[in-house]
Write a protein that binds this ligand. Structure first.
Ligand SMILES: Nc1ncnc2c1ncn2[C@@H]1O[C@H](COP(=O)(O)OP(=O)(O)O)[C@@H](O)[C@H]1O
Ligand SMILES: [Mg+2]
Length: 239
């Protein structure tokens, strides 16, 4: 039985390593393509500057520099839209329902950690134009982190509070836990790709949240205090 379990664990770890490796390969391919494409215009600019140093700056050299800089600009623009890479399907969405669905999905995990999730919609009834699947994924990643924040933490009451509120043209979903909390250093690095303080963590959750919120034209904010807890806000604009 033990050997079997060890093998299973090994499989799990291997699975993650493979995923990471794939991600790195894609990233490496992407970077080398970017590097390749910006090399030529960059060379032309360098050459024009060298010539300008030797013979003085002429109208022609300025033209070259301007033209190549424009080329660089369009390359960067093209690649940054690729790297965002998230396609959105917008529709009018009932946020209260989106949040309830995600909380239902997280119930099993919450129970396993002895955590109570409370949801207060504050009578929220605003429909919002957004992508429900992406928003659900972002919210799930945040709630999962909030629950996992109780790993090895003793609390009389382990709770995750989810609230909805409206502020002018913004709607805010806040997720607050009284789990481990984070040091300033952890807060700084939390959204970095592959940053994780968990033994089995991938460090993908929050970087995906950030990408999703960017794609939705929204925002994510995190405040935390070590030993006290963490509050994350997903902010969307409407109207
Ligand atoms: N609610 C939270 N409470 C405490 N720490 C958190 C919380 N959310 C995120 N973190 C920290 O941010 C890190 C990165 O989170 P994430 O990107 O979701 O990756 P993972 O969950 O795989 O570690 C976590 O490893 C943890 O250190
Ligand atoms: Mg996570």
């Amino acid at each position: 039985y033990c050997l079997d379990r060890k093998l299973k664990e090994r499989e799990l770890i291997l699975g993650k390593e493979e995923e990471k490796a794939k991600y790195f390969r894609e990233l490496a391919g992407f970077s080398s393509q970017v590097a390749h494409e910006i090399k030529n215009p960059l060379n032309s600019i360098s050459m024009a500057i060298q010539l300008a140093k030797q013979k003085g700056l002429s109208e022609d050299l300025l033209k070259i520099i301007e033209c190549e800089a424009n080329r660089l600009n369009s390359i960067v623009q093209r690649f940054s839209s690729v790297s965002k890479g998230i396609e959105t399907h917008l529709e009018e969405v009932d946020l209260t329902k989106v949040v309830s669905d995600v909380i239902t999905d997280a119930k099993g995990l919450a129970t396993a950690y002895g955590v109570k999730i409370e949801f207060n919609a504050n009578g929220f009834s605003q429909k919002v134009k957004t992508d429900p699947l992406l928003l659900k994924q972002a919210l799930f990643n945040i709630i999962k982190n909030a629950i996992e924040a109780f790993e090895g933490v003793f609390r009389e009451e382990k709770g995750v509070k989810v609230n909805l509120k409206k502020e002018k043209r913004k709607v805010i979903i806040s997720i607050e836990d009284n789990g481990s909390g984070m040091t300033d250093e952890e807060v700084k690095r939390a959204f970095d790709l592959f940053y994780s303080t968990k033994s089995q963590g991938m460090g993908l959750g929050l970087s995906v949240v950030r990408r999703i919120m960017d794609a939705l034209g929204g925002e994510v904010r995190l405040v935390s205090k070590k030993g006290e807890g963490t509050k994350v806000e997903l902010i969307l604009t409407h109207g």
